[in-house]
Write a protein that binds this ligand. Structure first.
Ligand SMILES: Nc1ncnc2c1ncn2[C@@H]1O[C@H](COP(=O)(O)OP(=O)(O)OP(=O)(O)O)[C@@H](O)[C@H]1O
Length: 224
């Protein structure tokens, strides 16, 4: 079974009298070690899909399994544990805590796990090194550039060794050079065995992925 399996999945938003069919009959699977781009025009359903894959929302119809687990069958606390253990999130505008330094920010996803304090620090330092930020570990977010902050966000997404990394426009807020650097970092992670799904409008990013899933009006129109 693939790491991610989506079958006949639909998402319908109900607001008062209105129904919006944000996703219609989606089928897709993602294997371990793939880097997959999700593209499509504004309002096509990309975020709705990413939210379901990230267990932040549930589908209205159909089936989703992550590592053979069906998130829709879990309680809220089980779901929170699954998210914490299996998924690393990277957003366009990273949400580092301003009063925490780099090392403290990167350790955050580990605080809900039963891991010794000294081990947490070591795990965080390892991923901080991986993204080339070891000399900045004591700095606070406001002392870093946008690209450096995004590298810290990537380290934080990685620290718990999640099964999958979900990235929403990870280079969208960066200048071209910094964006290329961050993209290179994500590619290195995939080369080392990580699985990444990236929502992007950027052709340079999607062209570097193994596969592009294009969504239009809630339907997959290409998966190549
Ligand atoms: N909470 C909600 N309630 C009602 N409709 C929603 C909600 N969230 C999204 N939608 C609608 O679902 C459709 C898909 O939205 P979605 O945000 O998934 O698109 P998107 O491809 O991520 O767009 P963008 O690229 O602009 O971020 C749109 O028609 C949107 O208006």
């Amino acid at each position: 079974m693939a790491l991610i399996e989506v079958q006949n999945l639909s998402k319908i938003y109900r607001n008062c009298e209105n129904l919006t069919y944000a996703l219609k009959n989606i089928h897709m699977s993602v294997e371990q070690g793939e880097m997959v781009a999700i593209t499509g025009p504004s309002g096509s359903g990309k975020s709705s899909l990413l939210n379901i894959l990230g267990c932040l929302d549930v589908q209205s119809e159909g089936k989703y399994t992550l590592n053979s687990v069906s998130p829709q069958q879990l309680s809220r606390s089980q779901l929170a544990q699954l998210r914490n253990r299996e998924i690393g999130f990277i957003f366009q505008h990273n949400i580092l805590l301003s009063t925490y330094n780099v090392l403290e920010n990167v350790q955050l996803p580990l605080q809900y796990r039963k891991i010794r304090k000294s081990d947490r620090k070591e795990m965080a330092l390892n991923v901080i090194k991986l993204v080339g930020m070891e000399s900045q570990a004591k700095k606070y977010p406001h002392q870093l550039s946008g690209g450096q902050q995004q590298r810290v966000a990537i380290a934080r997404a990685l620290v718990g060794t999640p099964s999958i990394i979900l990235a929403d426009e990870p280079t969208g807020a960066l200048d071209q050079n910094t964006g290329r650097h961050v993209l290179g970092l994500l590619k290195n992670l995939v080369d080392a065995g990580s699985t990444i799904i990236i929502v992007t409008h950027d052709h340079e990013v999607s062209s570097q992925c193994n596969r592009i899933v294009k969504i239009v009006d809630g339907e997959i129109v290409a998966n190549i």
